[in-house]
Design a protein. Structure first.
Length: 200
């Protein structure tokens, strides 16, 4: 199952569409283009944490845990500053976020300024979902959504990139392959290089 299908099941795409004045189709297109970079950022964080997955769990909890998902789903306007905090942790620079939005625009046909507004909300949805799934014991697929991120194994290095069942790698193959320029399975280093080119 693709991550955008999961976000639709949780009501996340509907919330994005409502808050940003988009159709659900437009919200889904934006999510398909942006989510691979967000997942790549979390993968980078997972690999850099000294305690591996436990370190990532700590980071997710520090960022707000499952409450991040709940806040986007709530009828009140989303406090996107929490999403900006997530982006700061996984990308480290607003320049990277701008580069991600610009590249997603070329893939989705949506305006980059709109995608920049969508990015922190999507980061909250993904972080909140990861926190809820991991808290429920993702390795045993005890999540009610059946481990829709491929059990997260492929995302956090338990399986080779592209292994069977790695939903994140299939979320938007065009953008994912474009961002992973050196083919190492981790697109974040390539995103950072692209951001440097944008700045120059």
């Amino acid at each position: 199952m693709q991550i955008t299908d999961i976000l639709a099941q949780t009501g996340g795409l509907q919330s994005l569409a409502r808050e940003l004045g988009l159709s659900e189709t437009q919200a889904a297109k934006g999510a398909e283009a942006l989510v691979p970079a967000i997942l790549g950022g979390f993968k980078k964080q997972a690999q850099s944490q000294p305690a591996g997955a436990q370190g990532l769990d700590g980071l997710l909890g520090q960022l707000g845990g499952g409450a991040l998902l709940d806040q986007v789903l709530a009828p009140q306007p989303t406090d996107v500053s929490r999403g900006d905090n997530v982006l700061g942790e996984i990308f480290g620079s607003k320049d990277v976020s701008r580069a991600v939005a610009q590249n997603a625009s070329s893939q989705s046909g949506l305006d980059p300024s709109l995608l920049k507004k969508m990015l922190p909300m999507l980061a909250m949805l993904v972080a909140g979902y990861l926190a809820k799934q991991r808290g429920a014991g993702d390795e045993g697929n005890s999540s009610p959504m059946g481990g829709g991120l491929g059990g997260l194994g492929g995302l956090f290095g338990d399986r080779p990139a592209g292994a069977a069942g790695d939903a994140p790698g299939r979320a938007a193959p065009g953008l994912a392959s474009m961002l992973d320029l050196d083919g190492d399975g981790n697109m974040l280093d390539d995103i950072l290089r692209m951001a440097g080119k944008v700045m120059r």
